[in-house]
Design a protein around this ligand. Sequence first.
Ligand code: GTP
Ligand code: MG
Length: 187
Amino acid sequence: MDWSILFMGPVGAGKTQAVQTLSEIAVVDTDVAATDSTAIIKDTTTVSMDAGVLDLGEGDRIHLIGAPGQDRFDFMWDILLEQAKAVALLIDHRRDSRLSDLDHYLDNIGERLRGRHLPLAIGATHMDMRHTVPLSIYKDHLSDHMPDFVSGVPAVMGVDARDADDVRAMVVSLAAMVEMHERHVRH
Ligand SMILES: Nc1nc2c(ncn2[C@@H]2O[C@H](COP(=O)(O)OP(=O)(O)OP(=O)(O)O)[C@@H](O)[C@H]2O)c(=O)[nH]1
Ligand SMILES: [Mg+2]
């Protein structure tokens, strides 16, 4: 079966990098030179989407889609979410705003799904650059602010978007959650 995982999250979290790291085909990306405040963080930014493919075997081909991080391209989020079966939310762990970034994307995703439920995994990136803050802050935060749209228990993990094993672990756990979700919905 062909289905897609949507990578979302703030500018510079590593969405484009994650798709590029794991994809078995040349990645279609729509990055352009960053000309606004994003340019302080990095040279290019995604304006439309990244698209790659990962073959998990047993007929499962996963389309890896990277959303643009910037809010001004958020019209794309509706379209991309509509096609996604799961969300991989990458949060830049270096940022002091990491928990409000998390809430911002969770609120946005919830509004756009309009009652639909999806499996969610949260990947904290750039932990190598901010290792004094523990990963447990996300689970603690979610225990008080669990969004309605999440199907099952969200996975929380540290992910270096440059590391294929890390990104693959995130994708594989989402694939398992999608399977559970579909079994639950069908019966
Ligand atoms: N040190 C470090 N660098 C990382 C990690 N994860 C990703 N990066 C790097 O951070 C940068 C992230 O850039 P992108 O992948 O373009 O970010 P994006 O999320 O697609 O950003 P927009 O498209 O602008 O929303 C890349 O240079 C990555 O190689 C990490 O865990 N540690
Ligand atoms: Mg990008």
